[in-house]
Design a binder for this molecule. Structure first.
Ligand SMILES: C[S@@+](CC[C@H](N)C(=O)[O-])C[C@H]1O[C@@H](n2cnc3c(N)ncnc32)[C@H](O)[C@@H]1O
Length: 364
């Protein structure tokens, strides 16, 4: 396969993952538990959706009244513009609608809106969604969808992964609230990490037991352990929700043992019985290989796995920076570098350690 074809195939595979209803329900419930009025009087935009199929559209339309929403807008990307085109099926809903236009159906994006009772049953729900074609293909970067972004208070979706950086920048430049799905590894991207570090974005409540399930046209290409032929779904452990909406889990401090107790009683063989925690050759910090082994009484800088973010409470810890940033300047990290060379990965006895976040306990 030619190189550009290969890149396209990869993008198609990375972009077509459909979120499951229980996962959306679980995540959104966490924001509502923390603030029951989080959606009251708000306009919610669901871009990068396929409203006829999307569980995001279904979930928010079904809960429109309960959440006290002002307006729900959902948009989709034209089939002809997608890198993956094969799986498209016209729904009867679309075909039988008076506004149906075969040509536009392939080339234009669609917009679904919900604001009021259209069916006369005195309820506002999924039955009252109105739809039409967008002028363009529904690309989130288009002027048309950007205008909808500007109208919205909160943007919620699982965006195409190949455009994640651009998508997040598109939300952040407009100063909107958001709840979006991505791969945890995105946190060290140079456009994304500063948001995490400065508490402008954090991890959401999270998928049940850390497992995110998706349907995808490429499901069967995944191996055992990821693809489940019984459910037809794929399962990933490194997928998370990114948000700037507050939720309760974020304010629960991690229960931790002292350094001495960790060295005596840790369940991790890498620590139990050791004299002390390892120190890096190239950073003035200790290596903490597991989040649950963070010592409660250590005042200095600690290197922890990036999965720590799922347990991060800003009242308990401060995030100073990350390793593996390609020599980027972060003053707090530069301050703990022991070597003049901007050695990126943390090293212990010359051996590279996996990507680390540098954190410090907040003073009580
Ligand atoms: C990861 S899927 C998620 C779909 C849906 N939000 C869900 O969670 O079930 C991302 C969707 O965005 C679409 N997409 C790709 N590029 C896009 C773009 N530039 N603008 C808008 N949507 C795009 C993809 O075709 C795909 O349908």
């Amino acid at each position: 396969m030619a190189n550009s074809k290969l890149t396209q195939a990869k993008a198609a595979k990375n972009d077509e993952f459909y979120t499951q209803y229980p996962d959306i329900e679980k995540e959104i419930s966490a924001y509502l538990d923390y603030n029951p009025d989080v959606f009251r009087g708000k306009t919610v935009l669901l871009p990068c959706d396929d409203p006829e199929w999307s569980n995001f559209t279904k979930y928010f339309a079904q809960n429109f009244e309960r959440f006290g929403l002002k307006k729900l807008i959902s948009t989709s990307y034209a089939v002809e513009s997608k890198t993956y085109k094969d799986g498209y099926q016209l729904t009867l809903f679309e075909k039988n609608a008076p506004q149906f236009d075969q040509h536009k159906s392939a080339r234009n994006g669609k917009i679904f809106t919900l604001t009021r009772d259209m069916t006369g049953d005195n309820k506002v729900n999924v039955e009252d969604l109105e739809w039409g074609y967008l002028e363009g293909d529904g690309d989130f970067r288009s002027a048309e969808v950007t205008k909808l972004r500007d109208e919205a208070d909160i943007i919620i979706t699982n965006p195409p992964f190949s455009l994640f950086r651009e998508f997040l920048a598109w939300i952040v430049e407009a100063g909107k609230q958001f709840v979006i799905i991505s791969n945890l590894n995105a946190i060290t991207y140079k456009e994304i990490f500063p948001l995490i570090k400065n508490d402008k974005m954090w991890l959401g409540n999270g998928f049940h037991a850390g497992n995110a399930y998706f349907s995808t046209p490429f499901a069967e290409e995944y191996g055992e352990g990821i693809y489940n032929p019984d459910t037809g779904l794929v399962k990933f452990r490194n997928v998370c929700w990114f948000t700037n909406l507050d939720h309760g889990k974020r304010h629960q401090p991690l229960p931790l043992m002292t350094m001495a107790d960790n060295l005596k009683f840790s369940t991790h063989k890498e620590l139990k019985g050791k004299q002390g925690y390892d120190r890096y050759d190239n950073y003035d910090a200790i290596e903490v290989p597991f989040t649950d082994a963070i010592p409660s009484d250590y005042e200095g800088v600690m290197g922890v796995p990036i999965s720590f973010l799922d347990k991060y409470s800003p009242e308990q810890f401060e995030i100073l920076g990350t390793s593996d940033r390609g020599g980027d300047n972060i003053p707090e990290v530069d301050a703990i570098r022991l070597t003049k060379k901007k050695m990126d990965s943390c090293l212990i006895d010359g051996k590279k350690v996996y990507k680390r976040l540098f954190i410090k306990r907040r003073a009580n």
